[in-house]
Design a protein around this ligand. Sequence first.
Ligand code: ADP
Ligand code: MG
Length: 697
Amino acid sequence: MSFLETPIEYLKGVGPMRAQALQRELNIYTYGDLLEHYPYRHVDRSKVSTISEITAEDNYVVLRGVISDMHTVNNGRTDRLSARLSDSTGTIELIWFQGIKWVKESLRPDVEYLVMGRPSEYNGRLNLAHPDLERIADQEAPTMKYIPIYSTTEKLKTKGLSSKGIAKLTESLLRQSVGLIPETLPADVVLKFRLPTRANALEVIHFPNNLHDLAVAMQRMKFEELFFLQLDYQYAKHQRTKLTTGNIFSVVGNYFHRFYNERLGFELTGAQKRVVKEIRADMRSGHQMNRLLQGDVGSGKTLVALLCMLIAADNGCQSCLMAPTEILASQHYDTISRWVEGLGLRVELLSGSLKASQKRKIKERLKNNEIDIIIGTHALIENDVIFSHLGFVVIDEQHRFGVEQRSKLWSKSVIPPHILVMTATPIPRTLAMTLYGDLDCSIIDELPPGRKPITTIHGTDADRLSVFGFMRKQIAQGRQIYVVYPLIEESEKLDLKDLMDGYESISRAFPMPEYQLSIVHGQMPAEAKEYEMARFKRGETNIMVSTTVIEVGVDVPNATVMVIENAERFGLSQLHQLRGRVGRGGEQSYCILMTKDNLSHSGKERIRTMVESCDGFRIAEADLKLRGPGDIQGLQQSGILQLKLADIVNDEPIVRAARESVQQILEEDHNFEKIEHVCLKQYLKQNKRGIAWGKIS
Ligand code: ADP
Ligand code: MG
C-alpha cells in the first residue's frame, strides 16, 4: 500500500469517528482523497472589507469584528440562530439554520473574529448565512496570506471539521508527505509543458504564496485529470482500430458517379464535401470506421449517408440504414428510393407492418445478395437478418440505439462493417473531444443555400389570443402546425393533464369540422401514434398536439409553425430539435416559445438565446454554459462529471493539450515501451474509472 492509499483514520487528529464522518460526508477514505479535496476558493486575508462598504452584489467578503447578541429565533416551525457582527463602521446579522447547538457553544462573544462568507439580502438588510469563522487570536500562521476554503457539512463541523479544521488536517498531512507523493504524468509530458511536479502542485493548490503559483498548480492538476480521461478513451479507440480490420473501399465507381452527375441536381455544400472526404479516407484505410456525423436538422446528413452507401455498392458491398421508428424508416425509404431511381440499385424497406411471408422473402434476398440497400428499424439487427456482404451501416439519431444493439452489428459480417452514426443533436466541440474521444467526429456546419431562417418569437399567456389568430391565418394559407407540451418523467401524470387541458382549449379555439386535430402522447399504443402521425403527414389534420414524442425526425414540409408550451421547461438543445421540425419546405416558418410571465434570470437567457440564434452548435455551447454538463445525455457514465477541478466548458485549451499529448504518445509508443511511459501501462492495467467504452459501437 502506498502512502497516499493509507486510510484517513491513521492521520493524526482524525481517528475512527472523524474518519467515518469524512467517508460518509465527503467520500474521503485515504490520504490521497484528502489531498484531492481541493479548496473551492482562497481568501486573501489582507483584503478585509468594512461592514459599511459591502453590498449584496459582493460574491464573497472577509470581515473583521466582534460577535454579540447571539439568540435563537423560532418562527413556529424551525429554529435559527442569529448573532450580530460589529466593526467600527456598522453591524451585520449572521445566521445559522443548522448545527445551532454547536455554533452556540463554540462562538465567543467579545473577541475578534475573521468572518467570511457571501452576503445576501433579506427584507432590505444584508446578512451572512453560515459564514466561515476564524478567531484572530487562533491564527497560528499569520504569514499565510491566502486561507483555503473547503466545502464541508454541518455534520463535519460539529466534529471540528469546519473548513478550518480540514485545512489543519491537510496542512499536517502535507508536512508528512514530503518525498512520498509520486509523479503520475510521464516525465516527457511534464517537461514538455513545464508542469510543476505533482507533489509541488498539491501543496500549492492548498496553500499558495501567490496567485500566479496557484494558477500554475491548478493548470497542472486539471491537465492531469484530463490527460487520464483522454488516455482511457484514446487507448480504447486505439485498441479497437488496431484489433479490427475493415473493408477497403478502394474505388468510387458507376453508382456514385451516375448519381452525382445525373440525379443530384445541385452542388454539395462545402461542409458536405469535406465530410464525404473524411469518410472516404476512413473507408479506404483498412480499419473499421466508427464515425459520428453531427449536423443540424436539414443540413444534408442523409444525403451524405447515401453517397457513402453508393460507394459501398460500387465496391460490391451491401448497406443498411437504421432509423429509430417505423415512420422515420419509411420516410428514409421514400427519399432514398426516389434519389436512386434508374441507377439499377435494389433498395428495400424491412417494415414491421409487412406480412410474415413478405419479410421472409426480403430476408432471403438479403442473404442472396439481391438487395443493395436495406432500410428499417432495429428489426434489422435481429439474428435472423443475414447479410451476404454487409459493408456499411448508417444509424440515424444515435441516442435511440443501445450499446448492445450496436455491437450486434459487428457479428453481421466477417469483416465488421463501417459505421456512421448520424445525430442532429449537436454536442459542443470541447465536449465531443472529451466524451467521444474514442470516436471520430465529422461536422456539417453549413446549411444548403436558400434556406429561410426560422423566425422565433417569445410569448406569454397574455399573447395567447393573438397566437391563436396567427395559427388560424397560417391554416387558412394551407399550412400545418405543431403544438408541443413538455414531458418530464417524474410527473408523467401531471404532464399528461397539461397536455389534455391544452388539447381541450385548442379544440375549443379550433372546432371541428372546420379544423382537424391530431393528438399524440407517450401513453398511447404505438399503432395509434403512428396512425395519428401518418394522418398529420398526409395533411389530413391541421394541428398536431403532442408531447415530445415528435422530437425525432418526422418530416412534414408543409408544417410551418411550432408552438412550444412551457418552453422554459425544455433544455435548449431540445428546443432547437423541436424547432427543426418546421422550416423544411419553401415557406417562411415560425417557432413560438410560450412561457410563464416571471421567468428566472437563466430562463430569460435561454429564451433569448433561442430567439437570437438558429445555429445548433452555438445553442449547444450556450446550453452547456447555462446548465453545466450535468444534464447532457450520456454524460453520467462518461467520467466527465467526476472531474474535480477541470471544467470542460472553460478549460478548452487544456482539454486540447491533454488530448494532443495523449495522441502523440499513442502514435509514437503505443506499447508504452519507453521508460517514461511505463507508468501509463500500469495505470491502464489497474484503471478503476470504469468508463463505458461501448458507448458508441
Ligand atoms: P438531414 O438528414 O441533415 O436532416 P437531409 O439530408 O434530409 O438533411 O437534407 C434535407 C433537405 O435538403 C433534403 O430535401 C435534401 O435533398 C436537401 N439538400 C441536402 N443537401 C443539399 C444541398 N447541398 N443543396 C441543396 N439541397 C440540399
Ligand atoms: Mg434527416
